[in-house]
Design a protein around this ligand. Sequence first.
Ligand code: NDP
Length: 516
Amino acid sequence: MPESLDTALAQHAYRIDERTRTFLDRQHQLLIGGGWVAPREGGTIDVIDPATAQHIATVAAATAPDVDDAVAAARKAFERGAWPAMSGGARAKLLWALADRIGADAQVLGELETLDNGKPLADTLAIDIKVGAELLRYMGGWATKLKGDSTQIGDPGDFQAYSLREPIGVVGQIIPWNFPLLMALLKIGPALAAGCTLILKPAEQTPLTALRLGALALEVGFPPGVINILTGYGETAGAALAAHPDIDKIAFTGSTEVGRRIVAAAAGNLKRVSLELGGKSPMIVMPDADVDAVIAGVVPGIFFNAGQSCMAGSRLLVHDSLAQHITQGIAARARAIRVGSGFDPRTQVGPLVSQTQRERVQSYIQSGLDEGARLVTGGERLPGDGFFLTPTVFADVHATMKIAREEIFGPVLCISRFAGTDLDHIARLANDTPYGLAASIWTQNISTAHTLIPKLKSGQVWVNAHHVGGPDLPIGGYKQSGWGRELGRAGVELYTELKAVAIALKKPADWLQLKG
Ligand code: NDP
């Protein structure tokens, strides 16, 4: 174990569970074919605690030969052995067992996630782990309910016709660092429910909970090769997965830029692709909104997870009549947010995930200043080595500014005003972005809400709330925010192929004689 783990823990003033320490101390390898194996080319990745900048663990860096091995193991598990012979009910039991095992291991998973990503331990336990385990249980339910339809073709009695839903095959899943465990569960749950086998690649910054998840999956008895986990870099392991000729589908969450690369790489064997990409989600405040509810709701809408959420409400479009009052209220709340170590129970917002990410966010803040936006509060680093940044609010942001157009992925809110109540005009402002992931409308007028909802080009629309959802509510994006929908029935069906079957019940008419 790196000695710097103790330095990190001393700075956090936190004593980790012995099981967490033992896990960190492991020589981390790749999960391929039901066993832990060393990477063929021997590469490693240093795992850094973003709150202290200390090196806390070292994991393996998979490369193309490891991807070949993992794909071969996943293919074998998909075609032969226990997994394809298993009923939906048996798959559901395994998913439930994994959810229970995650619940029992919550303290360790939570500590790993907080050390690795920086997010507050209370959030990790209440959201990432609890919601993630529920998601697996929900997806387990679908394992017994995937079915096609029966239909009629020709005259009744001539044919028996129906469709079948079948697992798509071997899937590659590439996930980001903002919700490492939750994102892993969101990806593996539907794939396993559908009967696929998979290779999961977590982000280089946050590999620890995926490795722990792999160990738990082995413990509960997933057959060898069904779940393979490759820690590694995107440009090597990720790119090899996206291009691999024996992978049937790639599921990706991350930046729109990398999403485009995935699509290009997948073209070789025309594998199926689903993408959950970036966002620049508007929060629209109408003149009749409940001001206190807006202030209480939009602050977590942007600052939850330090703004590192694809659905973060990063643009606040507020009616002129409320703009000053709401801006002041939000700024006061933003200043009161406690930023610090995720292990301090009083912390509400942790560090950004990496030095690179903080620099990227700070460069956006500088661009906002350069382009004339008004910095109301925030934009400061905290003293020390961690990658902390105080919650930042810009007012007087114009639609043409870079901070209004590009995904910042950090704790930065951009406030713009609008005049009037023409809903077509307001929808045009909200839709004026290449993205279309989420939007919230703040109004007390039910007619305004219902009229505006269909005008928004957005995969999710919330009214008087932001960032809400559940396992049965699909998520995904319009425009450049992605392809496909995750969660709900749509999310499981992403991992299936639809097969049409027609069976002649009578001797068919002689086709040549009919033509004659
Ligand atoms: P990326 O999109 O680069 O990373 C997401 C995942 O893709 C990671 O596992 C990464 O691997 C992998 N990856 C990177 N390059 C390739 C490739 N060529 N082929 C296959 N996989 C690849 O996000 P970043 O971490 O670089 O963050 C940059 C920006 O992306 C953020 O500022 C934010 O705007 C956006 N983002 C959006 C997210 C969302 O949920 N929509 C989540 C994360 C980021 P590795 O990390 O190992 O390189």
